[in-house]
Design a binder for this molecule. Structure first.
Ligand SMILES: [Zn+2]
Length: 471
């Protein structure tokens, strides 16, 4: 399997079609020929020491405590109890919700009120997996950006705090959900605890949703609210089953990152455009996945992103899809190998096999490594300038060179043009463009995929934007 994986400097340095073209490449920037600036192979970027330091604050022990606490509520079925008495007794989804809220509030106190703790609560009407009207509550904390202009940009991390056992409608028997998705909930909480000690120009939201097992109800409501209110969510990291189940076949050195190809939100005209231009592997979610891969190369999280160019696993779905449907870039992080005996199962032993989603099957060090990767990605995005707007490729005439234009991005000190062979999974080459909003490359747009990203004076990179053709 390993040789097929798409990460690592080895792959980045491999010469593809674009590599051969590199030899004869020259660049014109801002109308001035810039022969001094040579393209480089995309590898890792130099990490921000402040971010690297923060990720080291992620604690496997804290994550263990969070997951054990979540399991202590006995069941977190969305259909389970949420009355006052059950909350007091510490049983059911209501108690879990209140505890998560209190935990966010504790982090908020520890950072002098830097986090706004909120809930998004609604009554879901009966459906296939919701027998009666049910209150569903998403709990989240907002670390507001410090820069007036950048604060509208949002990076978001989410996990679902509801759980289930063998029977999705069972509301009373144990549904520990340590891995699915106590692990993802713990990632959101731990990222909030660690990153709330820092300040970023852009905003970070730490979200935990309910209703996932009933049909992505919580995330759907949240994503629709965000779309309806015009939130500028640039990135959603959905952590679902990141517990690193301790089966012998597990590979604890990687975490899978799933991303959609054709956007769920694309209308017919956009699908036509994607088909015509070969844009099937350049959805904003895919660019986000590549961003996570670059963070994985640049920061020492201890786990490497394994990019899977697919929305999700077979027969399964997740909360990132709710965001995709509303047009947001969203990816799913999941452990390398799932053990289905430890998911959606009643806790029992049968034929010598232990079933159930119990904490003893979770590798807390692994969850911590995944949390570090998430924290570094969120911090890198929230530190970066916004991506350049209106990135265009001039296609008025048949030409062998390529001219790209874009609008300047607040906070950007320079820009980078990225490209790769059309058959390459990730960006291969990068060319710095000093503070200009136009670049002409002696490289045919027919043969490679281009993108442009903004870079600030400290070296933080925005998400890359693939140009739209302009006639
Ligand atoms: Zn799940």
């Amino acid at each position: 399997m390993r040789d097929q994986r798409s990460f690592g400097a080895g792959r980045a340095l491999a010469l593809g079609t674009a590599g051969l073209m590199l030899v004869c490449l020259m660049l014109v920037c801002g109308g001035v020929f810039c022969s001094a600036q040579k393209p480089a192979a995309v590898g890792k970027t130099s990490p921000d020491p402040r971010i690297a330091e923060a990720t080291q604050q992620v604690s496997a022990d804290r994550i263990r405590q969070t997951i054990e606490k979540l399991v202590s509520f006995h069941t977190r079925s969305t259909l389970s109890a949420q009355d006052e008495e059950s909350i007091k007794a510490g049983k059911g989804i209501g108690a879990a919700r209140e505890w998560i809220k209190a935990e966010f509030e504790r982090y908020a106190r520890e950072c002098g009120g830097c986090l706004e703790v909120k809930t998004d609560s609604f009554e879901e009407q009966p459906a296939e997996r919701i027998p009666k009207p049910t209150q569903i509550t998403n709990v989240y904390a907002v670390l507001r950006g410090t820069d007036a202009q950048q604060a509208k940009r949002i990076a978001l991390v989410t996990g679902h705090y509801d759980s289930r056992n063998s029977d999705n409608l069972n509301t009373t028997d144990a549904a520990p959900g340590a891995n699915d998705d106590g692990s993802g909930t713990a990632v959101s909480l731990e990222c909030a605890r660690v990153l709330s000690r820092m300040k970023f120009p852009a905003t970070i939201i730490f979200l935990t949703v309910a209703g996932e097992e009933q049909g992505l109800n919580g995330s759907k409501h949240f994503a629709q609210m965000a779309k309806g209110e015009g939130w500028n969510i640039e990135a959603v990291l959905n952590n679902d089953i990141v517990g690193g189940d301790r089966s012998p076949q597990q590979d604890a050195s990687v975490v899978r990152v799933f991303s959609e190809g054709l956007p769920a939100s694309a209308g017919e005209a956009e699908i036509r455009r994607i088909r015509a231009l070969g844009g099937e592997s350049d959805s904003t979610s895919r660019e986000l996945a590549r961003f996570v891969a670059e963070v994985g190369r640049s920061y020492d999280a201890g786990v490497k992103p394994l990019l899977i160019f697919r929305l999700d696993r077979y027969l399964r779905g997740g909360d990132h899809y709710s965001f995709n449907q509303q047009g947001f870039a969203a990816v799913r992080l999941t452990e390398y190998r799932e053990d289905y005996n430890h998911q959606h199962q009643n806790v029992r032993t049968e034929g010598g096999i232990e079933y159930g989603d119990l904490p003893k099957f979770v590798d807390f060090d692994y969850v911590a490594r995944v949390a570090r990767l998430n924290a570094a990605t969120l911090a890198a995005l929230a530190s970066a300038p916004g991506p350049p707007a209106k990135v265009r490729m001039l296609t008025k005439e048949l030409q062998n060179g390529t001219t790209l234009t874009w609008e300047s991005s607040p906070g950007a000190a320079s820009y980078e043009v990225l490209w790769r062979a059309t058959s390459a999974p990730d960006w291969e080459y990068v060319q710095t463009v000093s503070n200009a909003t136009r670049a002409t490359l002696k490289l045919s747009k027919d043969n490679v995929v281009f993108a442009v990203r903004a870079v600030d004076s400290a070296g933080h990179r925005s998400l890359p934007i693939v140009p739209e053709p302009e006639r």
